[in-house]
Design a protein around this ligand. Structure first.
Ligand code: PEP
Ligand code: MN
Length: 337
């Protein structure tokens, strides 16, 4: 349930509502906008009688929230969530570009990728140190060593880094090195991991599971938010369909839909979404046109020799060209990169 306060409701009136909600054993989520204040109520399982609130002073109306996600919903928080990540701000007017290799392979490879994406105008460096691979015989990532290299890349470029965390027990270690924690598609419903990143102090980018619905994605975001971390970024990275010509089917309708349902920033990953480098630029441009708040793109200095995801990785020069095209699309939709 949300209680929409009248224009100019006083502090005392708001406090009275909050006190009543707490008396009922429910949780309060306050959203104080420029226009008006919204008091969100997260129930304790028992039905809530909205009538009692409608009669209280300063209240315009009480509206039941029927969707299962609350903290993630736009009803609870009508304004877009905008938050800073080490010098860049996500969810606002600027579109945030995250780029780098699928996996950190060596110092030379990462530094080369990091400098080239920075040169092209990227805002965040991506690179996996712990890699969730389909085969146990594939390269699993450099682990702790990879995290140290990411920290070196941050030091060298001044850009924040995003990297995946695969297990709750890795959260303290990854948090030491990363500016943004990535929860991968395969981990979207690892509730112990969602709990752990929810208690961390880092922003989290939550990738949509390849077989997950939009509601399931938002419920996973709700786990992170309900453990106290309100810096959650949603990521559409393609879902599995019957189509074998692409690795996944990039669901771009998820972008405007998520923006409608939720206040959280939405990032698109056209690399995993298509699996083919030639499709990355067109889908990246379409994602910006559809209203994405950011993109995450795999860039490798030599995709032919990449230890993972070479087929979907852009060469640095192509990434730089893409950045130029994206700037004009961004301008056309009233944004900047
Ligand atoms: C990745 O970003 O490197 C990755 C493994 O992506 P996903 O979890 O979307 O498959
Ligand atoms: Mn990858």
């Amino acid at each position: 349930m949300i209680i929409i306060m009248k224009h100019g409701a006083t502090r005392g009136e708001i406090d009275n509502i909050v006190a009543r909600v707490e008396q009922m054993g429910c949780q309060v989520h306050l959203s104080e906008g420029e226009e008006r204040t919204i008091v969100g109520i997260i129930g304790n399982g028992r039905p809530i009688d909205g009538e009692q609130f409608s009669r209280m002073s300063g209240v315009e109306r009480a509206v039941p929230v029927l969707r299962p996600f609350k903290l993630a919903s736009r009803d609870f928080h009508p304004q877009d969530s905008v938050f800073p990540i080490n010098g860049v701000s996500i969810g606002g007017q600027q579109i945030i570009m995250m780029a780098g290799p699928c996996a950190v392979e060596s110092r030379e490879q990462l530094m080369s990728a990091a400098h080239s994406v920075k040169e092209a105008g990227a805002h965040v460096i991506r690179g996996g140190a712990f890699k969730p691979r389909t085969s146990p015989y594939s390269f699993q990532g450099l682990g702790h060593e990879g995290l140290k290299l990411l920290a070196e890349a941050r030091q060298a470029t001044g850009l924040p880094v995003i990297t995946e965390v695969m297990a709750p027990e890795q959260v303290p270690l990854v948090t030491t090195y990363a500016d943004i924690l990535q929860v991968g598609a395969r981990s979207m419903q690892n509730y112990a991991l969602l709990h752990a990143v929810g208690e961390s102090q880092r922003p989290v980018m939550l990738k949509r599971g390849m077989m997950s619905t939009i509601e399931e994605l938002l419920m996973s975001a709700e786990y992170i938010l309900s453990h106290g971390n309100n810096r959650v970024i949603l990521c559409e990275r393609g879902i599995r369909t019957f189509e074998p010509y692409t690795r996944n089917t990039l669901d771009l309708s998820a972008v405007p839909l998520l923006k409608q349902l939720s206040h959280l920033p939405v990032v698109v990953d056209p690399s995993h979404g298509t699996g083919r480098w030639e499709l990355v630029a067109p889908m990246a441009m379409a994602a910006v046109a559809a209203g994405a708040d950011g993109l995450i793109i795999e860039v490798h200095p030599s995709p032919e020799t990449a230890m993972s995801d070479g087929a979907q990785s852009l060469k640095p020069a192509r990434f730089a060209e893409l950045m130029v095209s994206l700037r004009s699309i961004a301008k056309a939709v009233g944004r900047t990169i």
